[in-house]
Design a protein around this ligand. Structure first.
Ligand SMILES: *Cc1c(COP(=O)(O)O)cnc(C)c1O
Length: 339
């Protein structure tokens, strides 16, 4: 079975399991887990920030970041299709009392600078206090350029906002461009990085920022139940991932391009090649195909050994380390036969 639903399905391989097995651990809430501390320091230095904190998930990382930057009644400006507003169960509002301000996301995955400027509220008792801009990189597999990020963050800063980057798949952006993680992180006050996506660790994210930000974030991590004890068991997998699984994201990107090419040879399929920049391919089916064919595609593919998510419009196909190059042609062939 090849699973194209997400890069979160990647499983730890033998070498990563060895690293987990051998991890030096202690109680991380007491600050005594050396492996966790090593991971935090590695990510802080990778992102050019003073410090970092290991957390259980990307959602928890973004939540803690938003709670650290703002308080009840403060406003978070972000993209309406970005993870923080769409896929985190409204945590910023439900748990943080923060007010979301959703802006339309461009077809390149970015926000318009003018929309940000217009969204910032005057200092007036009618309004929430605009506090934070939250951007995302990559978004739907699209790389947000360093120049774009600098421009948008400069607008935010001119208006007194802090900036947070949801960099769940930031290392995909790094591999797809010639820019370092530090370059991408530079315009932001805080950055969240997921270890459990294409990097292949079983769980965990890291939130980076300056020392006072991370000190506050640690208290909030405890508050939301994210203080873990012998966390080095997980951090060891993260360290292994950052050492061994970053460069190999290039293979995923190459396989995604290959998949896009194979799929575009199929009648009834259209692929927007400009949007294949990292490890994701969006497959659209022509209107000429019946609704039934579209609706039954995931089920038909499952019977042939390929797992994909169902979709209302385009199907998102995600390539990762547990999908070898040899599986790509077979997958395209299976889609062709389903259609
Ligand atoms: C996956 C993801 C997250 C965090 O997800 P978790 O499942 O909570 O780890 C955050 N932002 C983006 C853009 C993501 O893709």
């Amino acid at each position: 079975m090849y699973d194209f639903r997400s890069d979160t399905v990647t499983k730890p391989d033998e070498a990563m399991r060895q690293a987990i097995y051998q991890a030096d651990v202690g109680d991380d809430v007491y600050g005594e887990d050396k492996t966790t501390r090593a991971l935090e320091q590695k990510v802080a230095s990778l992102l050019g920030k003073e410090d970092a904190v290991f957390v259980s998930s990307g959602t928890q990382s973004n939540l803690i970041a938003m709670l650290t930057h703002g308080q009840r009644g403060d406003e978070v400006i972000s993209g309406d299709a970005y993870h923080v507003l769409r896929y985190e169960a409204g945590g910023l509002a439900a748990l943080g009392g923060l007010v979301p301000c959703p802006l339309p996301v461009t077809d390149k995955g970015s926000l318009h600078g003018d929309d940000i400027r217009n969204a910032v509220k005057d200092d007036d008792g009618h309004f929430p206090v605009s506090r934070l801009l939250c951007l995302e990189n990559t978004h739907n597999g699209l790389v947000q350029s360093v120049t774009d990020l600098i421009t948008l963050c400069a607008i935010a800063k001119d208006n007194g906002l802090a900036c947070h980057l949801d960099g769940a798949r930031l290392m995909n952006a790094v591999i797809a461009s010639n820019q370092s993680a530090e370059d991408f992180a530079q315009p932001f006050d805080s950055v969240s990085l997921c270890l459990s996506k294409g990097l292949g660790a079983p769980a965990g994210s890291v939130l980076a920022g300056n020392v006072s930000f991370i000190t506050k974030a640690r208290r909030l991590r405890k508050m939301v139940g994210g203080g873990m004890r012998q966390a080095g068991i997980l951090a060891a997998a993260g360290l292994y991932a950052l050492t061994h699984n970053v460069e190999r994201l290039r293979d995923d990107h190459r396989n995604a391009t290959l998949l896009a090419e194979r799929l575009s040879e199929i009648k009834g399929v259209s692929i927007d090649h400009d949007k294949v920049q990292t490890n994701m391919v969006y497959l659209e089916l022509d209107d000429s195909l019946s609704h039934d064919v579209k609706a039954s595609l995931p089920e038909q593919l499952y019977a042939k050994g390929f797992h994909i998510s169902s979709a209302k419009s385009a199907f998102r196909l995600v390539v990762h380390k547990d999908i070898p190059e040899q599986a790509i042609s077979g997958f395209a062939q299976a889609i062709k036969s389903c259609l």
